[in-house]
Design a protein around this ligand. Sequence first.
Ligand SMILES: [Zn+2]
Length: 214
Amino acid sequence: MKSIDKLTEGFKNFRDGRFEKERATYETLVDEGQRPEVALIACADSRVDPAKLLQADPGDLFIVRNVANLVPPYERDGKFHGTSAALEFSVQHLEVKHLIVLGHAHCGGIMSMFAKPADGVETDGTHFVAPWMSLVKSAFLRVQGTMPDATDEEKARVCEKSAVMVSLENLMTFPDIQERVADGRLRLHGWYIDIRSCTLQIFDPVQQKFDPVE
Ligand SMILES: [Zn+2]
């Protein structure tokens, strides 16, 4: 129970510390509602908590987290689209001004593609990761084809960034997002963080490459 106790103690420390000091801010956030200007799609990875890494405050970020920070294409099939639902809420209801796809190095989701057969067939009793990761199969196949002599780790770093680019493309398949990007109400961003080297790189859509933030 140690890991659970750490969390309940953490909550008590928050309640008696930061919350006490910033009570008015939290009350305003509830009374007036949230008004984040930025929505962010991040990985579920325990090491890349966007609010902590970006030093964001409560109310700053509307965060969607899933395996490998992927955005699926726009699909109206009556199925359960958690990421698309969150995106729709952030864009149509919250009217965020920025959407960031936050990729990261050493992503387990991306690495899982290198550990599995390339056709995505699961043989270990899992059912959901491989079909989900097939969203970026094109990125995986590209690195396999263009970097035949590279290690899986090297390929994964490239694949992680390519996956961010695929997600940015998929965002533009949503009519509400496409419309807002076209008229300037919304901007899309691709970011990539490496917590080992503590670097942030930002995707330049004109040059089609990631540039480090100094
Ligand atoms: Zn990840």
